[in-house]
Design a protein around this ligand. Sequence first.
Ligand SMILES: [Zn+2]
Length: 570
Amino acid sequence: MFGSNFSRRLAQVAVLLSFVAASTSGHAALQNPSSAFSPAWQRPPASATPLAPAAPTRADILRGAYGPYRVNNDLLSYHLDIRVDPEQQSISGKNSIRFKMLADGTRIQLDLHPALNVDKILFDATTLQYVRDSGAVFVDFPETLHAGQEYTIDFYYSGHPLQTARFGGFTFGKDPAGHPWIYTACEDIGASVWWPNKDQWRDEVENMQISVAIPNGLVDVSNGKFMGKTDLGDGYTRWEWLVQYPINNYDVSLNIGNYAHFSDQLGDLPLDFYVLPEDLDKAKKQFVQAKGMIEAYQHYFGEYPFQKDGYKLVEVPYSGMEHQSAVTYGNHFTNGYLGRDWTGVGVSPKFDFIIIHESGHEWFGNSVSAADRSDMWIHEGWTTYLEVLYVEYTFGHEDAIKYVNGYKSKVQNREPIIAERGIAATPPQDMYFKGALFLNTLRSVMNDDARWWALIHDFYQHFKYQNIMTEDVVQYFNRQTAMNLTPVFDQYLRHTAIPTLELRFNEADGTVDYRWQADEPDFAMPIRVGKKADWQIIQPTTYWQTLKTPLQKNEFDVATDLYFVNVSKQ
Ligand SMILES: [Zn+2]
């Protein structure tokens, strides 16, 4: 069952890849459990048997693989210029896509959901031919495009975008007063659910213009810096936004509503807030937390990544999403997560989970991004760890340790954190909680907070505005620490189980034998054991070693709040 499914799946992948050729290599919003699309960890637990994931579809592979018609070009910029009609629940317009060819070729791959029409694709005055294949649009040029040259095409499209998938895709809604409330959230299904783009994670544009025409009287909040609005004279006004940094496709968003606006400043950084008028007073109180959040993350990692674009919080009816420089917020202006003590240990009620988590993604997810969805722990594991750092900075180390250990009850250990590459697969929810507990473990492995703070600061600075894979993280940590942390990363990220410290007591001799039980044969990790007030560090490997101890089996402790491990005492 598991085995046969898995091999059939691999065979299918192989067949499909032969069509799309070369393959290489979220963070996700936390959703409102009362909405139709609840997060994976709020679904009922499945049976304990290993999961046989559904076979990837041809569409998954076309979207997930970095195929030959993606690898042959490098995105430079987009100008998305659309009109949104709330009455017809339709959109229309174009994306001007500027790219540089990396190899000579006559074809590139873009993506647009099959529910939307391709109206025409222009290359200057030439109408280009194209082939649609599920979500992919293969665009053909009449002459060879040359490596090193830059080109722009205008991709016109229209139709009724779908409200779909876990985050909603594109939603035409209404606010409680009956005004249109229209928003996008598409990390899982992909941005091509509502606009044409090169819908993958590896390649980002360097900058982007977003022009959104909407009925007069409504406000559009998109990513980047607000550049102004123009009355088009036909009952519509066009809102202009400029993104001055690389941006993930799925971060590109529009939020159209009857928004009230207020602003603030943190040093030179403009802070802008958009909420429904009836929520203005509550927002002015609750959104004060944005400043403390930015200060905390700047303390650990350095300057807010999108300084020129500013920082925005935008009210939406779902719980929230990390849309770059325009973070969406739906946590009801209360602390905790949707009114709950999120990690159940009394720390979460001290702050607004959505402000702290979704904004943490500005550093990890939006600035440092994964190059393939399989490695989405770089977004979610890190950002969940950023919550812990926020708690430490704001409320102290004791609360931080309590908070991160509160996540243990959410860890499932049913699948590895890193999913299969190249098929747009979503990793399991362990990428959040186990990811954060793993990073807290690494801090203890370093056993030198000054070095740890420098390491994570420099790691962020080294990879900011880049798209990376787990291998880049491991290589950086190994180089900077002069340690071989590869088996440690691999055990936590590429295997299901966490390591178990096996202890065998021989009280007559006053000794204890110890070793790691782990899937990685070379797994070796120091750990604090003995008496809490006076920990002793041992260096277990997967081979037995012996330690002299005056402590009895029941007195001998392991610092399991600092290291995410199991302990077996015999
Ligand atoms: Zn997240």
